[in-house]
Design a protein around this ligand. Structure first.
Ligand SMILES: *Cc1c(COP(=O)(O)O)cnc(C)c1O
Length: 494
């Protein structure tokens, strides 16, 4: 086998214990200065709600805390360490310029309770980002409130419902293609719509005949992921929009994959009525450990009355402020105005790139996905031969085992078992961030694993071998998570 540069190393701190296990009574990381203000009688202030027993808390010194969390942090895979080919997630590099801007004192220390008068800079950031996202999407208005993509979907569908209700009939159904992102049917169900599945054709696109047959006056909207989760652009998008509009339905576009479209085409121009963006994907704000994200929803004029409150307005004296008086609004979907720190980062990213830079980014993202497709085409099966946009889907039999083995080669695994229409899916999205060198390493790793599957399947089945723990019981972790440490039961009295 060809020599590969292994990126994974065994780490000296492989067996870090729980912080509770390091605890010993009386240790502390902090010494408070002597009290120089009158002591407050907390019992009097809090009454019965005062909690006397804080339960079991770890007692450790400062260095123990620092080392514990620093060591744990070295176990993490991160975009700053290597490629993150997790399809559909768009784990791209978050440029440092975003962070530099977000740390500017006046921006970082702004508080949402500050009066509008002294928050004009922050409001200006919200306004500028809104305008630029409207231009990028070709829509008419936007809300930046939603905190994630799925939250944006919910906000968008609440607006769809309010729109139909204002016309006297909320309608009952949302059509969702089988190539949609999993959050789409979940959101539709949450907003109390019935979900009707729409099948794809042999090219992996919406089956137009099926759509025509299923579209009627009970359908509130079609939720379309575009490009869909096969990484395929819906070439009949105009036709799809026309079919919906002819029967009074709306076209919702899941725009989490806008990194394949920015600067090239605008959803507003191809008939989309409402869509969300994922700032934490396309616009390079951090994904965080489950947050904070940002899922703005852009809409056409007809939906404007239903936008969440408050909306940003220019007041009669020319200053910026919020409008809370919107009788048809779906209401608030988020405390304050959304995740402001993410707006700053996304705006910095957009401004740093400019229109040409953003277009280049899109082209590079598509080029990289196609580079990987070409590199792996002979080794893994392609279920759809339709041209690939920002991600590519292969299929295989033991895709999860291959993903686990990839960890030993120093890569985060790709997405497995999704999209659902491809059995044994193996979904790869390199993003535009990756260099040819990193992608070559990835392709070589994937080819090398394919060979290992032939030569030593047991070894692959037992992977990963380079991590602190190998195979975890994923079902138990999902179904019976243990999220709290509890002291071991005291030994029985003799
Ligand atoms: C990531 C993603 C979502 C959900 O976004 P979250 O921010 O994770 O809620 C929805 N649709 C598509 C296509 C996505 O890739």
């Amino acid at each position: 086998m060809k020599h590969m540069t292994r990126k994974a190393t065994r780490h000296v701190n492989q067996n870090e214990g729980l912080i509770f296990e390091k605890s010993s009574a009386g240790k502390a990381a902090w010494k408070l200065p002597p009290l120089d203000v009158p002591e407050v009688d907390t019992a009097k202030m809090l009454g019965a709600s005062e909690r006397k027993d804080l339960g079991e808390m770890p007692e450790v010194s400062e260095i123990e805390i620092i080392r514990h969390f620093t060591r744990l942090s070295t176990w993490n895979y991160a975009i700053d360490l290597g490629m993150y080919p997790l399809g559909s997630c768009t784990m791209k590099y978050n440029p440092r310029v975003n962070e530099a801007v977000a740390r500017v004192e006046g921006i970082a220390n702004g508080h949402p309770y500050q009066p509008e008068k002294i928050s004009q800079g922050a409001l200006h950031i919200i306004k500028t980002l809104s305008e630029q996202l409207i231009e990028i999407t070709g829509m008419d208005a936007i809300t930046l409130q939603p905190a994630a993509g799925a939250h944006g979907e919910m906000t968008g569908l609440l607006m769809v419902r309010a729109y139909h209700e204002s016309k006297g009939n909320a309608r009952k159904k949302i059509l969702i293609p089988d190539s949609a992102h999993g959050t789409n049917p979940a959101t539709a169900a949450m907003v109390n719509y019935a979900v009707e599945n729409l099948k794809s054709d042999a090219r992996g696109m919406v089956d137009i005949a099926a759509l025509e047959a299923q579209m009627n006056e009970d359908v509130a909207a079609l939720m379309l992921t575009n490009p869909n989760t096969l990484g395929v652009f819906e070439q009949q998008i105009h036709k799809i929009a026309d079919i919906l509009h002819a029967k009074g339905g709306l076209l919702y576009m899941d725009g989490a994959n806008m990194n394949a479209l920015v600067g090239k085409v605008r959803p507003g121009d191809f008939g989309v009525d409402v869509m969300h963006l994922n700032l934490h994907k396309t616009f390079s704000t951090p994904h965080g450990g489950g947050g904070p994200g940002s899922g703005p929803v852009a809409i056409k004029k007809v939906l404007e009355p239903f936008l969440p409150t408050p909306t940003l307005t220019v007041k009669s004296d020319g200053t910026l402020g919020f409008d809370y008086n919107r009788p048809q609004s779906v209401g608030r979907v988020r405390a304050f105005y959304g995740n402001f720190g993410m707006f700053v980062r996304a705006l910095a990213y957009i401004q740093a790139n400019g229109p040409d830079g953003l277009r280049q980014t899109t082209e590079d993202a598509v080029l990289n996905a196609n580079y990987i497709r070409k590199g792996l085409e002979g080794t893994y099966d392609l279920p759809y031969s339709t041209p690939t946009m920002h991600e590519v889907v292969f299929k295989g039999v033991r895709t999860m085992d291959i993903a686990k083995r990839l960890i030993d080669y120093g890569f985060h695994p790709y997405t497995t078992a999704f999209p659902l229409i491809v059995p044994g899916a193996l979904m790869i999205e390199p993003t535009e961030s990756e260099s040819k060198e990193e992608m070559d390493l990835f392709i070589e790793a994937m080819k090398s694993i394919a060979q290992e599957v032939e030569e030593d399947p047991q070894m692959v089945l037992a992977a990963p071998h380079s991590t602190r723990v190998s195979r975890l019981d994923e079902t138990a972790a999902a179904r019976k998570p243990v999220l709290r440490w509890k002291p071991a039961a005291a030994p029985p009295e003799k």
